[in-house]
Every structure is written in structure tokens, then in C-alpha cells.
Design a protein. Structure first.
Length: 517
């Protein structure tokens, strides 16, 4: 452990970081840092975490998954297709510009153009200004999840992002995995401003003096986010005092954290499902549902949870976790090597075949190890796997191109609703609506598409639940993807860093409210 600590110290010195911080100045060690400062460029956990730090949503979820007012003070339904939001007055952006309804309207229009976000916002046909501090959201028919979607509206400073850069580029343009004004400049209403950023090295945040939420008890004045890829190195950094908080904590390290003095471990049941998609376009063999079923039967996800995740996850047979409307209790994990071999034989692949597999190595807990285990399991039914793992920053551009036959992806439902899983991961790909944006399996089923769309206009919760349960059953029967497990979010921090009240099952700690004693 001394070797790990000394190497980390050397790396931090080289990066020019200082950890002799005051009580209200903290350093957080994360597996990776946000890939961009543009909140609309990529729908990812890192982006949303950053958004909660430097922007503010209209509405956000509490730990109890209830809606909490933020930039919208209150809201009410006007009719079945209209919800009115009353905006907070006296709010300033980091630039000094005043926050008004114009910024919400501008942000909404930009979100509708985002390849990643347009799927979430598809049921919302318009967001109209009523007056300077009132807006109305219009939906295409009755839509029961307007508040859920409002948690993803982080108003941007429309004046700050309007105009041309020195080299003549539009300040508002979105460039996926590229370089744009919005990806490198920020003006939000959030509790922190970004004072400096070195991609892959550190991001420095500082408390915004003009922050509107005077009732917040948060006392962190400065926060440094440091990406530390290796699980053991993150833990060593916390135990040595080099950082004040880390996330995630690998299950192998739970016991080590619990037995250490002066640090605390925080975990909670998760709703992020980890899966493999099977790319029917890149490998025609995967068009055969018997082959896809064989792959599902061959991968022992219960064994992965026990041996690799050390019990810090729940084996999955579907996308929807317990408690969600679409959870179908009739669907169970189905590891059966004998059945997998029989299916391969029926499909005409008794001698197996080859495929490529791709996974990140710093995005999900034990992601590379899980991929290695899955590849080894598939070899038992004659499938030869060429596996490549890579850091998140390199992985997502390759995922967007669907660059392998099997691809790992985790998904936390953006609207905290079952339909969202399918909208992004299993509905037929549609670049205009954003549906199937992350469906690199290229799976498509018109009945699934129809049921999900119908569920999004059904206000009878019982009927809606039955629709979404049927969706899960169809995806299960057709082996649309390989379900692995629901990942438990985890954090660890020094005992004086009161992480408990700010963490949540969505894995977006509200750092603006963090108290350090």
C-alpha cells in the first residue's frame, strides 16, 4: 500500500494539485471526470452530476424520490395537456445576467435538438413563455411524466451562449465528442462556478457568491474533482487523507472502508441496470433469437453478482427494478449452460462462431472484470470473443458508432420510470424522435414501440403498468439484450464530510448542500 500511496502522491504533485485544504475545501476522487461542460452534449451520469453543480433544474428529486422546487417555485396542471411553472425571481447566472422565462424557452429549444436528450423531451411539444417568470409546457395528448422530465431542464444563460466566438462559430452549437464554446465555457445558476479544468486531470469548482439558495446549509467553498481510475488507488487516496470523498467504491473494498477509522461507507439499492447489447447489424448471426437466447443462458449473471460484485448488486432478468411500474416478477435470471448449448445447436452453430465485445474500464463498477467474465462464459458454448476495454472518454465515441458485436451499457432511467429504459435502449432507432438513441443492438419490434408510446399517454397507472410489464416480457422472450444486474451506488468519505444527506439512488450527490464539519 505504501507503493500505491507514493505513486498517487507523485501523480498529484505532477498534476499541480494541493490537498492541504481548509475545512470547507474538499477534494473528490471519481473514477472519471465529465467529458464536456455542455449539459446537452451527452446524456450521462458525469454530465448530470456536473449539471447539478453548476446549473440548477426546474425541479429535482429528493432522496425519497419526491419532487422538490428549484428554479421553478411551484407548478400546476392547467389541463390534461398543459402544465404551468412559476419561476423563481431574483436568480442570477454566473455571468451576472438575470434568469427569466426567456432562458427556459431557449434551453428547451436547444434540448429538442440534442441527439441524446430529444428522446426524453419528445412527448413535450412546446414550452411557451406566459410572462417573464411563468412558462407552460404543452404535451402531445395527456402525458403523466411532465415533472419527471422537468428534472432534466437545467436553464442555460441564453445571453451568454448567444452570438459568435472570435473564430466565427455559433456559441450555442452542440458538438458530440468535439470542441465547442458550450463544451468549454459555463454560465449557470448553480451553487458552483468552474474556475479551471484540465481534461482527465482535475476540475476546480468554487462557491458562487451570488447563489440564489440562501437557505442551503452547504459550506463547501472550493471543490476539486480528481479522476482516479483504479479502484484500489481511490481507496488509498481516501485512507491516506489525500482526498475527502470517493465514488464509486468497488465491492472488494467495502470491508476495508468499514474497518478503517475516520471514514464512512454509504450505499443504497440501485436502479441502474448493466447490460450487454447484441449488435444485429455488425454480426448477422445475432439476428437469430435462438443465438441471442443462448448468449443470455450462457452468462451466469448471478455468479457475477456473487463473485465479482461481492453481493453489491442485484441480478437482473429485465430492465425494470422492483418498485418500477414495468417490473415483471415472472421474469427470472436464466443461467443454464445445457440449454445454451442446445439453442446453439438448433441455430446451426454447434461449433460456435466469433464476435467482438467492447466495454469501458472506468465507467461502471468492475466493468472490465464483468466483460472478461462474460467472454470466458461464452467460450463454454463455442463463442470466441475478441474483447476490448477502454476508458470512458474513448468508449462512448466508439459506442455511438456501435463499433462491436456486443457492447456494455448501463442505464439509469432519466425519468425514474420503466418506459425510459426501453425508449433509449430497445425501441427502434429513430434519429428524428431520439427513440432508440442507445440501441446498438439494432433490435426492433413494432409492438414494443407501440406499447411504450401508448404507456406514455395512459393515466390509469394499473393499465400503464400492465403495458410496461408486457414490454419487459417481450424483450425477455426475444432476448433483446443481455441483462446483468442493477448496480448499487456507493460512496465513501471522511467522517467529517456529511455525505449521507446529499446522496441519492440516482447517483447525483447535491454538492451544493454538502456540510463539512
Amino acid at each position: 500500500m505504501k507503493t500505491i500511496k507514493s505513486k498517487l502522491a507523485l501523480a498529484l504533485i505532477t498534476a499541480g494539485l494541493s490537498f492541504s485544504a481548509a475545512a470547507a475545501d474538499i477534494t473528490v476522487g471519481y473514477a472519471s471526470d465529465p467529458v464536456s461542460l455542455d449539459p446537452h452534449e451527452q446524456l450521462s451520469g458525469g454530465t448530470l452530476q456536473m449539471s447539478h453543480m453548476v446549473f440548477d433544474p426546474l425541479v429535482r428529486f429528493t432522496q425519497e424520490m419526491e419532487f422538490e422546487p428549484r428554479l421553478a417555485e411551484s407548478w400546476e396542471r392547467v389541463d390534461n395537456e398543459t402544465m404551468r411553472f412559476h419561476l423563481r425571481k431574483g436568480v442570477k447566472f454566473h455571468s451576472g445576467n438575470a434568469f427569466t422565462a426567456d432562458d427556459v424557452v431557449w434551453t428547451f429549444e436547444r434540448l429538442k435538438e440534442s441527439a441524446d436528450f430529444k428522446g426524453i423531451f419528445a412527448p413535450l411539444v412546446a414550452l411557451n413563455k406566459v410572462d417573464d417568470y411563468t412558462v407552460e409546457i404543452k404535451t402531445d395528448g395527456t402525458y403523466p411524466l411532465i415533472e419527471n422530465v422537468a428534472t432534466y431542464i437545467f436553464p442555460m444563460d441564453s445571453k451568454f451562449y448567444t452570438g459568435k466566438t472570435k473564430d466565427g462559430k455559433d456559441k450555442s452549437e452542440m458538438v458530440k465528442h468535439g470542441n465547442s464554446y458550450a463544451s468549454t465555457h459555463v454560465s449557470g445558476t448553480g451553487p458552483f462556478t468552474i474556475t479551471s479544468r484540465e481534461q482527465g486531470v482535475k476540475v476546480n469548482f468554487e462557491r458562487f457568491d451570488g447563489y440564489w439558495d440562501k437557505g442551503s446549509k452547504g459550506n463547501v467553498d472550493k471543490l476539486t474533482l480528481v479522476p482516479i481510475k483504479e479502484d484500489a488507488t481511490r481507496v488509498a487516496a481516501l485512507l491516506s487523507g489525500d482526498v475527502d470523498m470517493i465514488a464509486p467504491v468497488a465491492p472488494n473494498d467495502y470491508k476495508r472502508i468499514k474497518s478503517a477509522d475516520g471514514v464512512d461507507l454509504y450505499t443504497m439499492p440501485g436502479t441502474r441496470v448493466i447490460t450487454f447489447q447484441m449488435n444485429q447489424n455488425s454480426n448477422p448471426v445475432l439476428k437469430d433469437p435462438r443465438v441471442r437466447q443462448a448468449i443470455v443462458y450462457a452468462i451466469n449473471n448471478e455468479g457475477i453478482v456473487k463473485k465479482i460484485m461481492k453481493g453489491a448488486a442485484t441480478p437482473a432478468a429485465q430492465q425494470s427494478p422492483v418498485g418500477y411500474a414495468g417490473y415483471n416478477d415472472g421474469l427470472k435470471p436464466r443461467y443454464d449452460l445445457k440449454k445454451a448449448k442446445a439453442l446453439m445447436k438448433q441455430a446451426g452453430y454447434e461449433k460456435g462462431f466469433s464476435l467482438t465485445m467492447m466495454a469501458p474500464n472506468n465507467r461502471y463498477v468492475n466493468d472490465a472484470k464483468i466483460a472478461q467474465a462474460a467472454a470466458a462464459m461464452l467460450s463454454k458454448i463455442g463463442i470466441k470473443v475478441d474483447l476490448k476495454t477502454m476508458p470512458k472518454a474513448q468508449y462512448w465515441p466508439e459506442f455511438d458508432k456501435c463499433s462491436a458485436d456486443m457492447l456494455m451499457i448501463g442505464w439509469h432511467p432519466d425519468t425514474e420510470d420503466s418506459a425510459n429504459f426501453t425508449e433509449f435502449l430497445a425501441m427502434s432507432r429513430n434519429s428524428e424522435t431520439g427513440k432508440g438513441q442507445y440501441n446498438c443492438g439494432h433490435y426492433g419490434n413494432a409492438e414494443v414501440d407501440k406499447l411504450v408510446n401508448q404507456s406514455n399517454t395512459e393515466t390509469d397507472l394499473g393499465k400503464r403498468s400492465e403495458m410496461l410489464k408486457q414490454v419487459e416480457a417481450t424483450l425477455y422472450d426475444e432476448a433483446a439484450f443481455v441483462p446483468l444486474h442493477w448496480e448499487d451506488p456507493s460512496w465513501a468519505a471522511k467522517s467529517n464530510v456529511k455525505v449521507g444527506p446529499i446522496v441519492n439512488g440516482m447517483n447525483f450527490p447535491y454538492f451544493g448542500d454538502l456540510v463539512v464539519n
